[in-house]
Design a protein around this ligand. Structure first.
Ligand code: KMH
Ligand code: ZN
Length: 273
């Protein structure tokens, strides 16, 4: 089986220290959590950043500081994937700011959805096209964030228009309230809808994080874990670090004999130049 890429989504924009005191806000805390994840087997850090008081920001300056701190803590080959989703309510220009740092990889959210009980995460087709075109110009590999089946079709449409180079790489986000539910049926449905040359990772939300990671690892997909999507190691026990969650995914891989990709191997699998 192909090697497994583990992505650690260490921070997110929604989860707070009130949910789990180990959620990182400061630059040092972000570097600490990234290191815990990389030491446990993550090759990709999916990154949101915050002000020191925990307010999400898309400031390029703040991202630059975090990039440097993460590389110093984890080694210079770690793949850092900034979010262009940011937080609900941010403008498109704000969300695009970290691309000015020319990262090798970044997220591209592929549609609008209800996001929890009272928010709407807005990504019109025009926005998706514009973000995709910017990434293509800057030679940034997009990870296509798809929260529902129709978003795969949007990504395929925009790729057909010439704004996203193939092979495509998807992240199936399963279990957001407002998106497709988590389950092996959802995983099979989504995986069956992408081109044969595409790759995918799976992000299960909340209690579905580790089961969905395990299912993807067994199916030959890749896995994303971390505080952005889940703060618990097991029922009633909060994770002490992102590394603890990454270690669980690595243990599943080890148990079924699937090797874990280094950052260099992950770049080859993802076709990151
Ligand atoms: N925070 C969510 C509204 C991404 O990183 O691209 C969007 C999000 C997706 O987390
Ligand atoms: Zn994110």
């Amino acid at each position: 089986m192909n090697k497994l890429i583990i992505t650690a989504a260490i921070c997110g924009a929604e989860v707070t220290k009130a949910d789990n005191p180990n959620v990182p806000y400061t630059v040092d805390e972000i570097a600490r959590e990234a290191k815990s994840a990389v030491d446990a087997g993550a090759s990709v850090i999916h990154l949101h950043v915050r002000d020191d008081d925990g307010v999400p920001t898309q400031s390029a300056e703040r991202f630059a500081k975090c990039f440097t701190a993460i590389r110093e803590a984890c080694g210079y080959d770690v793949i850092i994937q900034p979010s262009t989703g940011g937080a609900v309510g941010m403008s498109d220009d704000e969300r695009l700011a970290p691309l000015s740092l020319k990262p090798e990889f970044a997220t591209l959210d592929c549609g609008t959805l209800n996001f929890g009980d009272s928010d709407i995460f807005v990504n019109t087709i025009k926005t998706v096209r514009c973000f995709a075109a910017r990434m293509r110009e800057l030679n940034i590999k997009p990870e296509l964030e798809v929260f529902d089946r129709g978003m795969i079709d949007t990504a395929l449409l925009i790729s057909k228009e010439g704004h996203i180079n193939r092979p495509l790489h998807f992240n199936f986000v399963l279990g957001v309230k407002g998106g497709i539910g988590a389950g092996v049926d959802s995983l099979a449905f989504m995986a069956g809808a992408i081109p044969a040359d595409a790759t995918y990772t799976v992000s299960g939300v909340g209690k579905y994080q580790l089961p969905m990671a395990a299912a993807s690892i067994a199916f030959g997909g890749h896995a994303r874990v971390g505080f952005e999507d889940n703060i618990f190691l097991k029922k009633g026990v909060k994770a002490g670090s992102n590394g603890e969650l990454v270690r669980k995914a690595a243990e599943v891989a080890q148990a079924i004999g699937r090797e874990i990709a280094t950052p260099e191997e992950a770049r080859k699998i993802l076709n990151i130049k």
